[in-house]
Design a protein around this ligand. Structure first.
Ligand SMILES: Cc1ncc(C[n+]2csc(CCOP(=O)(O)OP(=O)(O)O)c2C)c(N)n1
Ligand SMILES: [Mg+2]
Length: 301
């Protein structure tokens, strides 16, 4: 099942306007350079909080951020990508990670408990229990009637309160899009060792439409469009975590690097010059933000 092309319609990128594809890439690019700055700051011991990096997984958040607007956002512990792609200011996250009072939570929440409720963005972050954001998101949708996106991991999906909350959302037809970022890992344990069932089958059995898809951002948008007209719904996205569960180490070269694949696809579609400009502009912006040289390297051990 798990593969870089799973449930990706052939030639899907071509069906999308160039502007949308380039915006999506720009968000992925901004995010990658930002996390290079984080890594450098950890190496230099400027960041002393534990960091939960999302590099490698960012295509899903970039895709969602171009498609769903004005949703309440409930994220888990690995959420730098959600924060940045949905429009959180990079300098406030940088300051949060540096423990400064100008950070998103005055430097007290750090990497894994990001919260941001400004500029029309409502992002609720983690508090310690994986999957806790699922009942919280369902409660928020029930209380507010607002469209809500709830993003959690394949490990969190195994918590009992996750199913109970998803079942409640299905029964009461609450407007929640549940998104599982399936990196096949709960810390270091792969899905096949942990369980013999699929969270997508469980979501279907609870009575909501559900789909598995690789993290190709165009495919994620394609499926999100279909599902977001029919909430609650569930989408399980196969992604590859680039770095350790926590910290900046690399276990092994990831199965695939979606960033490189998106870049290659855009070049194939004739956007080589636009890609070069976006890369250059973003790199310069992030170099200034972190006050250092940032060179994009492939995620390799
Ligand atoms: C209820 C609960 N059990 C265990 C933990 C310890 N823990 C923290 S992160 C994690 C793995 C989470 O895996 P997943 O949800 O797939 O997210 P990922 O780290 O892969 O992004 C675990 C078991 C926790 N924080 N809360
Ligand atoms: Mg996981």
């Amino acid at each position: 099942m798990r593969s870089p092309t799973f449930n990706v319609p052939p030639n899907i990128a071509k069906q999308f306007p160039s502007e949308l594809s380039l915006t999506m890439f720009e968000r992925m690019c901004m995010f990658r350079y930002f996390e290079l700055g984080v890594i450098d700051a950890v190496i230099k011991k400027e960041i002393t909080y534990p960091v939960y990096l999302s590099s490698g997984q960012e295509a899903v958040a970039a895709a969602l951020s171009t498609e769903i607007r004005d949703y309440l956002i409930f994220a888990q512990h690995r959420a730098h990508d959600v924060y940045l792609t949905f429009g959180g200011p990079p300098e406030r996250l940088r300051d949060e990670l540096l423990g400064l009072s100008s950070g998103t939570s005055q430097g007290k929440a750090g990497s894994n408990c990001l919260q941001y409720h400004e500029n029309g963005i409502s992002m609720f972050g983690h508090h310690g229990l994986i999957g806790e954001n699922v009942p919280q998101a369902v409660g928020a949708a029930l209380g507010s009637g607002k469209n809500t996106v709830c993003i959690f991991g394949d490990g969190a999906a195994e918590e009992d309160y996750v199913f109970a909350a998803m079942g409640f959302a299905a029964t009461h037809k609450l407007p929640v899009l549940f998104v599982c970022i399936d990196n096949n890992l709960s810390i270091l344990t792969t899905v096949d060792v942990r369980r013999s069932w699929s969270i997508t089958d469980v979501a279907r059995s609870l009575g909501m439409p559900a789909v598995d898809v690789a993290d190709d951002p165009w495919a994620v948008i394609y499926h999100t469009r279909a599902l977001s007209n029919n909430l609650p719904a569930f989408i399980n996205c196969y992604v590859c975590r680039g770095y350790w569960h926590v910290g900046i180490g690399i276990d092994a070269t990831p199965e695939w690097d979606r960033y490189k694949k998106v870049e290659e696809e855009l070049i194939r579609l004739g956007h080589e010059e636009a890609i070069r400009v976006i890369n250059e502009k973003t790199r310069r912006f992030m170099e200034e933000l972190w006050d250092r040289e940032l060179l994009l390297k492939p995620l390799e051990k």
